[in-house]
Design a protein around this ligand. Structure first.
Ligand SMILES: [Zn+2]
Length: 420
C-alpha cells in the first residue's frame, strides 16, 4: 500500500481545545494532558466506528465508506473499530486495503471492485438459517462455528489478524467481541488481542473469519464462540507491573479459552476505543432503533422471547447513552467529528440553512423503512442492498459536509445506484 493509506504515528499528542501539536515531546509521559489547558491529548487524525446490525449494517456502512472514499477521507482514517455486522465490512476492507489504488485526489478508483462487490455477494446469501439448524443437531459444532465457516468460504479464507495492515502500513482495524466470563469487551487487532481483566496477547494468529464471527455471535442462539488459547501467551498490562495482585478470580483458568458473544452486547457502536483517542471521531450507526411491541403473545409464553426482549432493551439504552455522551462532547468542542445513523432524519442536518447544497436523498417512507429492515444474516435482495448503500452514502455526505469538511472542499456526490 506504500504511502497510500494513513501511515502516521499512533501518539496521543494533540490538544483539540488549543490546537497544539506536541509531536513526540510527550511520548514518555504517563498521563498525556495539554500544558496549556489540562485537556487529555488525542491522536490528531480520525477514527471511524462501525456499529452492529447484521447484513443491514454491513451494507449501510458500505455506503458510508463509499462516500468517505470519494471525499478523500478513507485514507485519512488512523483507526476503524467495528462491532458485529460492521465487522464483516471492516474485516474485508482491512484485508483488501493494500489493493486499493489511490489517485492524486486521494480517492481509490477501484473501491467498488475490491470492496463493494464481494460484500454484496456475501449479503446475497442466507447463512444464518442452515447454521442454526445444523448447529442444533450437530453436537460437534455450534451454530456460530458454522457461521464462521461461511465467512471463511465466502470472504476471508484462512487469513488471520496478521494479514491486516500493520500500523505503519495503514489504519488500525479493531474488531470487538464481548467476553461472557469477564464481562468486558475483547479487542482483536493485528498488534494484540486484549481483555482489560486478563491482559493481552501480542501478534495473535487467530483467523479473521473466527474473529468476525465472534463479533457477530448474537445471544442467545449464536453465542458463545469459543477460542482456545495458550495461557502462556498472555502478558500483563504495563509490562508486567500489574498492581492488582489479589484478583478474586483465577486468571490462568480464564486465559485458557475465551467464551465470546456479540461485541454489541458491551458497546453496540464500537465507540470505546476511538471516542477519547482521536481528534476527529466519525460514527456510522446502523443499529435498530427500539421498537414498541403490541403483540405480547411470544412474551407471555416464551422464556427465550422474554430474554431476547430484555437484552434488546438494555442494548438500546446503552447505545442511547453512549450516543448522547458523544454528541455532548462534540457540542462542547472536546472532540470533532460527526454521527450518522440509519434512523437519522437527513433534514435534521439543515444543510441549506447552513449554506450547503441540499442532501442527496430526502426523508421519505423508503428511507424511514430502512431503519426497520431486519438485522439477520440472510439474503438481501439487490434492491434492498442498493437502498441501504445509497442511504449510508447520502447520510455520510450530509453529516460530513455539515460538520467536518467545508462545502467547497467536498467533491460533488452522486448516489451509487439509480433505483427505479
Ligand atoms: Zn490545550
Amino acid at each position: 500500500m506504500d504511502g497510500n493509506f494513513y501511515t502516521g504515528d499512533n501518539h496521543l499528542n494533540y490538544c483539540v481545545n488549543c490546537g497544539i501539536d506536541y509531536g513526540t515531546t510527550k511520548y514518555n509521559d504517563k498521563y498525556l494532558t495539554c500544558d496549556n489547558c489540562g485537556t487529555k491529548l488525542r491522536n490528531k487524525y480520525a477514527g471511524l466506528a462501525l456499529s452492529g446490525g447484521g447484513y443491514r449494517a454491513a451494507l449501510f456502512h458500505l455506503g458510508s465508506l463509499w462516500r468517505l472514499n470519494e471525499l478523500g477521507w478513507l485514507k485519512r482514517l488512523a483507526e476503524i473499530t467495528s462491532v458485529s455486522g460492521g465487522s464483516i465490512t471492516a474485516g474485508h476492507l482491512g484485508l483488501c486495503c493494500n489493493r486499493l489504488k489511490f489517485e492524486d485526489n486521494g480517492v481509490a478508483a477501484n473501491f467498488s471492485d475490491e470492496i463493494v462487490i464481494p460484500i454484496r455477494a456475501l449479503c446475497s446469501k442466507t447463512i444464518d438459517v442452515d447454521s442454526v439448524l445444523l448447529g442444533l443437531i450437530d453436537q460437534f459444532h455450534r451454530p456460530i462455528d458454522l457461521i464462521a465457516a461461511h465467512y471463511r468460504k465466502e470472504l476471508f479464507g484462512k487469513k488471520t489478524l496478521q494479514d491486516l495492515p500493520a500500523d505503519n502500513q495503514g489504519p488500525r482495524f479493531t474488531i470487538y467481541a464481548t467476553n461472557l466470563q469477564t464481562g468486558v469487551n475483547v479487542r482483536f487487532s493485528r498488534p494484540y488481542l486484549a481483555d482489560y481483566q486478563l491482559g493481552k496477547i501480542e501478534s495473535p494468529q487467530i483467523q479473521l473469519a473466527t474473529v468476525v464471527a465472534a463479533s457477530c455471535a448474537l445471544p442467545p442462539i449464536l453465542s458463545p464462540l469459543v477460542i482456545k488459547l495458550n495461557p502462556q501467551d498472555w502478558k500483563e498490562w504495563d509490562n508486567g507491573k500489574d498492581d492488582r495482585t489479589n484478583l478474586p478470580f483465577n486468571k490462568s483458568k480464564l486465559r485458557r479459552a475465551l467464551f465470546l458473544t456479540d461485541g454489541g452486547v458491551y458497546d453496540n457502536l464500537g465507540l470505546e476505543r476511538v471516542w477519547d483517542r482521536y481528534a476527529t471521531v466519525l460514527v456510522s450507526d446502523a443499529g435498530a432503533p427500539f421498537q414498541i411491541t403490541t403483540s405480547p403473545f411470544a412474551l407471555r409464553f416464551s422464556e427465550l422471547a422474554r430474554a431476547i426482549r430484555a437484552v434488546n432493551i438494555v442494548t438500546a439504552q446503552t447505545r442511547a447513552l453512549r450516543k448522547r455522551w458523544l454528541i455532548n462532547d462534540m457540542k462542547r468542542g472536546q472532540v470533532r467529528g460527526t454521527y450518522w445513523g440509519i434512523a437519522t432524519h437527513i433534514r435534521d442536518y439543515m444543510l441549506e440553512t447552513h449554506g450547503c447544497e441540499p442532501p442527496l436523498l430526502n426523508d421519505d417512507t423508503t428511507t424511514h423503512s430502512l431503519s426497520r429492515i431486519r438485522t439477520r444474516l440472510n439474503r438481501f435482495s439487490a434492491k434492498e442492498q442498493e437502498h441501504l448503500i445509497n442511504w449510508g452514502y447520502a447520510l455520510t455526505d450530509a453529516a460530513m459536509r455539515r460538520h467536518v469538511i467545508g462545502e467547497k472542499e467536498a467533491a460533488q456526490g452522486k448516489l451509487p445506484y439509480n433505483i427505479q
